[in-house]
Design a protein around this ligand. Structure first.
Ligand SMILES: C[S@@+](CC[C@H](N)C(=O)[O-])C[C@H]1O[C@@H](n2cnc3c(N)ncnc32)[C@H](O)[C@@H]1O
Length: 317
């Protein structure tokens, strides 16, 4: 294990905006699906009263220590993926009673700054990239055992990388001589595969993002929690999602849009207005304008620059 600075240096993104749009009720029930180091959770807890409650989840076991620092009878931490949230809300009998669900996607500063996690192409460490290091296969196992086609597809689909073919070809070529074990080894292969370098971005950015998304099944998990949120939120309950890349944001945007619009019924159908109203009845989302960090926030925390906050409220109609 490599040594590194272990202190908590994660700055919660869009904190003021999250608190404002959660519209916290003293007696409300809230769920922070991505606890991290508790930046958002602590501020939510401060605002609920003795009959309010906050459930926080994080799939990374290394976040348990931060949850233990919060001593409150109105708080419960669950070390599990948010893809399993519905199982817990059913167990706690809070379905259709939750006033707010927050998702702050991606990784925390603590995770990226720890070379042993393998998320960073700037720090040398084992190619792991799992949010939960006790489960699933590592990026190292995947990259050394998948065929060139599979690797190319992942890099193209989840990284939108133009040089995916060249990168996957060079990965397979390198592997014939030696197993790829470290982040810098992979980063060097990527560097040699990209001809036109983008000066603003490290050439490894897209490929590392793609492998991380694939290893953690991130997009599948997001789709699952979004669908479940409709069964968990109360009427007037709010869903807040902070995304850090266009793939995540597209999923959130599409989900909110689909669930906000009325069913399309062609005008020539032999159907009465009353029947149209019945078809359109149910729980639907009201969408708010998307929010991006201010220049002041970006200057203080450059990592916030790609964040997009989307907000929706469940309404009955
Ligand atoms: C950007 S950080 C959250 C930071 C947090 N809001 C704070 O202020 O400290 C994202 C967190 O989500 C967690 N995470 C990623 N995928 C998850 C999943 N499917 N279920 C639960 N937690 C997940 C990561 O382990 C990480 O701690």
């Amino acid at each position: 294990m490599k040594n590194y600075v272990k202190e908590n240096n994660h700055i919660p993104v869009l904190l003021k905006e999250v608190i404002k749009f959660l519209k916290i009720k003293k007696n409300g029930i809230y769920i922070d699906c991505t606890f991290g180091t508790g930046g958002h959770s602590k501020q939510i807890l401060k605002r609920i009263g003795k009959n309010g409650f906050l459930y926080s989840l994080d799939k990374d076991p290394s976040t348990i220590k931060y949850s233990k620092k919060i001593i409150s009878k109105n708080f419960k931490f669950i070390n599990d993926s948010f893809k399993n949230l519905f199982k817990y809300t059913k167990k706690f009998k809070i379905n259709k009673k939750v006033d707010g669900i927050l998702l702050d996607l991606g990784f925390s500063n603590n995770q990226i700054k720890n070379p042993n996690r393998g998320f960073s192409f700037m720090l040398d460490g084992p190619l792991d990239m799992r949010f939960n290091q006790k489960r699933g296969i590592t990026a190292q196992t995947w990259i050394n055992s998948s065929n060139a086609n599979e690797i190319q597809n992942v890099i193209k689909k989840f990284g939108q990388e133009k040089f995916s073919k060249q990168i996957s070809k060079n990965i397979v070529k390198y592997r014939k001589k030696k197993k790829i074990k470290s982040t810098l080894e992979l980063s060097n292969i990527i560097n040699k595969s990209i001809y036109k370098k983008n000066r603003k971005r490290n050439p490894s950015t897209k490929t590392f993002q793609a492998i991380r998304i694939h290893i953690n099944k991130e997009l599948k998990n997001i789709k699952k929690i979004l669908e479940d949120s409709l069964k968990i939120l109360s009427v007037t309950g709010r869903l807040l999602v902070i995304s850090f890349n266009s793939l995540e944001d597209k999923i959130v945007k599409k989900f909110m849009k689909i669930n906000s619009t009325k069913m399309f019924i062609p005008s020539k159908l032999p159907i009465t207005n009353t029947e149209i109203n019945i078809l359109n009845k149910g729980r639907r989302l009201k969408i708010f304008k998307k929010i991006k960090p201010s220049n002041i926030e970006i200057n203080k925390n450059v990592k916030s620059r790609s964040a997009i906050l989307r907000i929706a409220e469940l309404i009955n109609c």
